[in-house]
Ligand binder design. Structure first.
Ligand code: UD1
Ligand code: UDP
Length: 363
């Protein structure tokens, strides 16, 4: 049996790492039932620090196909991916296609599979922000409606699907990012020297990331976030996404003195930075969850989140991009006493692989 995995953006490499590993384990344990994973990299992210570093650090198998689509408008990027993925699928004839999350690579992979009537499995199905202005929300909704296996990280995600009339093929598997964190946490402890390299005192800095379209395409929001950072007393480490760097450079926005801008870092350095930060300020989806799992308070620079359970727990606060609100939230954050387990037990990848294989009993 053959599964084609379509990926292309940073968080997808991190999500795919434990699943690829689980495919390899399955293969080793079931030699009577050979399973092959064919990895198709769309090329959406292409800088070494946005792509190759994750394959190296997380031992993800080298992609069988590099489609080299790179950056572009939504239509152009998604269209080129769709065309090139279709060619690969026609050639490889996989029994199923596996996609992750909500990027343009996810949508292109899903459409290519659906049009060829190849069963589609969607990891992170059912998430909703209910903000259709977000490109990711459009991608998620469309992908879920053409998927035959909907692999959900939470009961809330399952409930969203039910509301949209999707009940068949829906499974609660947990979150693969929890698997990734538990697989690589010890390695980050032993391998990362990022604190020494940056001269950072553990526990005495904030970690920030900003890359969402809503914050980078609106110069007022981005300027407001930067001005909030400028009103804080502690150093702020900002591994800067290339999208945000481009906007800051082109608009010549002022980056406050206490903000330490660095290039995007690999996953091991990122975990190390997260673990020892006093607080995380982010608009990333994945980082909100990592903050929660690591017990680091998080202030989310968005108006809504898909990860509502982290807000309900008190460990994450939604503040948007208004400077006063950001500063107030950081200064007054009360660390909750308890941190209930969220998004599974770190064994989502195993379940995903089992479900992908079980859904093709005849192959
Ligand atoms: C994409 C996803 C977003 C996800 C994010 C993860 C979509 C619509 N958005 O956003 O959901 O949270 O990835 O990081 O798919 N660039 C580089 N080098 C790279 C990659 C990008 O310089 O390796 C620059 C280019 O100028 C590009 C811009 O970043 O135009 C945006 O990249 P793109 O992949 O279109 O969207 P992201 O903002 O990365
Ligand atoms: N990440 C990383 N290096 C960085 C920034 C983020 O390894 O410089 C990791 C982070 O730990 C998380 C994932 O990338 O696992 C989140 O990806 P991103 O914020 O790009 O996308 P989102 O989750 O918002 O879609």
């Amino acid at each position: 049996m053959k599964i084609a995995t379509v990926l292309g953006a940073r968080p997808q490499f991190i999500k795919a790492a434990p699943v690829s590993r689980a495919f390899q384990t399955y293969r080793a344990d079931h030699q009577d039932r050979p399973v092959r994973e064919v990895i198709i990299h769309t090329g959406q992210h292409y800088d070494d620090e946005m792509s190759a570093v994750f394959f190296r650090e997380m031992s993800i198998p080298e992609p069988h196909y590099h489609l080299g689509v790179a950056s572009g408008s939504h239509g152009r990027q998604t269209g080129q991916m769709l065309q090139r993925i279709e060619e690969v699928l026609l050639h490889e004839k996989p029994d199923g296609v596996l996609v992750y999350g909500d990027t343009n690579s996810t949508l292109a992979g899903a459409l290519a599979a659906a049009k060829l009537n190849i069963p589609l499995a969607h990891v992170e199905a059912g998430l909703r922000s209910f903000n259709r202005l977000m490109p990711e929300e459009i991608n998620r909704v469309l992908v879920d409606h053409v998927s035959s296996l909907l692999l959900c990280p939470s009961q809330v995600a399952i409930d969203h699907l039910r509301t949209e009339g999707i009940t068949a093929g829906v499974h609660l598997v947990g979150d693969v990012m929890a698997d990734a964190l538990s697989l690589f946490s010890a390695l980050a402890d032993s391998c990362s020297d990022i604190h020494e390299r940056l001269g950072l005192v553990k526990g005495a800095y904030l970690l920030a990331t900003v890359h969402r379209a809503e914050n980078t395409d609106d110069p007022e929001r981005l300027a407001s976030i930067l001005s909030a950072f400028g009103r804080l007393d502690e150093p702020i480490v900002l591994p800067l996404h290339p999208r945000t760097k481009k906007v800051i450079d082109s608009l010549k926005l002022t980056v406050p003195r206490q903000v330490r801008v660095i290039k995007p870092v690999g996953y091991l350095d990122m975990i190390a930075l997260e673990k020892s930060s006093r607080m995380i300020l982010t608009d990333s989806g994945g980082i909100q969850k990592e903050a929660y799992w690591l017990g680091v308070p998080c202030v989310t620079l968005r108006d809504e989140t898909e990860w509502v359970e982290t807000i309900e727990s008190g460990w994450n606060q939604l503040v948007g991009a208004e400077a006063d609100k950001i500063v107030r939230a950081i200064r007054s954050f009360a660390r909750p006493e308890s941190r209930p387990g969220l998004y599974g037990d770190g064994r989502a990848a195993e379940r995903i692989v089992d479900l992908c294989i079980q859904s093709h009993p005849s192959t």
